[in-house]
Design a protein around this ligand. Sequence first.
Ligand SMILES: Nc1nc2c(ncn2[C@@H]2O[C@H](COP(=O)(O)OP(=O)(O)OP(=O)(O)O)[C@@H](O)[C@H]2O)c(=O)[nH]1
Length: 346
Amino acid sequence: MARFVPDAAEQARLPVAILGGFLGSGKTTLLNALLRHPAMADTAVAINEFGEVPIDQHLVEADSGTGPDRTVTMANGCLCCDLSGDLEGAVMRIFSRREAGTLPRFARLIVEPSGLADPSPIAQALLRNPILSRVLRLDAILVTADAVLGRGQLARHPEARAQASLADRLLLTKTDLAEPAEEAALREALSGLNPLAPLTRCRRGEADPAALFPARFLGLPGAPPPVVEWLAGLPAPAPHRHHAHSQGIASLSLVSDAPPPWEGFEAWFRRVRIEGGERLLRAKGLIGVPGRPGPVVVQAVQHVLHPPVALPSWPADDRRSRLVLITDGIPHAPLRAGWDALFQPA
Ligand SMILES: Nc1nc2c(ncn2[C@@H]2O[C@H](COP(=O)(O)OP(=O)(O)OP(=O)(O)O)[C@@H](O)[C@H]2O)c(=O)[nH]1
């Protein structure tokens, strides 16, 4: 029998956003500016830096004029390389201190990995780790890119490409310093790597949280799951829409008026993730389920699936089942054929 997480249970989890981006690309500047915004009150921050100082000594409770600081620094080097103990331990410490009343209450968490970290293992840990995934939900991956240096960093550093290709939203920093041609070249390179992530300019960290984060991350009542907002921002889904871009990265939108049989979809989607492995960068979708009033939200980072979340109703009039796959070098024809086969009579 299919097992879904009810949306109410999903909403009860603590929303997490990952704010990644290459070394010096403006993550901290942006984070500091965002934390001063009223919409970001009650935000805890876990920062990963290269350094030698133990985490616990870095739980700061300084008053920055905007309320108590809720920051944990993870100093064991690169978050993506030594992930499980570090992130899990840091998050558990944040929670236990909140419970003990030594850390102010917080309603959301931002993880800022080091500038060399690939956000993918961090996202996967949030989705897969049995302890973390029970208390947290991953709402957004934001990635900063330096408008002056970003183009060269993408060309030279695989870490920068990995960061950009996984983002839900790309943030262009230092646009005040960049020549228009530099910014245009960066935009083109980023769109090649991640065709579906919207690009937002953030000069000196100035940005409206509502323009960067999903409404549910900000705790707005009645906000839909972030995947719904993300899908709504895409070009109108046409059956089998396909965007091919440079370096083998491409997106494929699979759409159907009828819902697929859930067991068939689940089995096919599992095969897609296993066979795709690291070449399946992201998958997000709204899948209708026969006999259910609302769709199921599916989201995967590489082969790791977030537990499917059942919505009580469709969030908009468009009731087509939609699955968007962002792939790196996976042929699309077999994916389309597999999707189409779901709708054939047995
Ligand atoms: N002019 C200008 N400077 C910026 C902007 N954003 C960041 N900076 C500067 O760029 C430098 C690096 O910014 P940080 O926010 O520390 O970058 P980071 O990504 O956190 O850096 P790491 O933690 O080393 O990876 C700092 O000197 C910032 O003041 C911007 O939009 N415009």
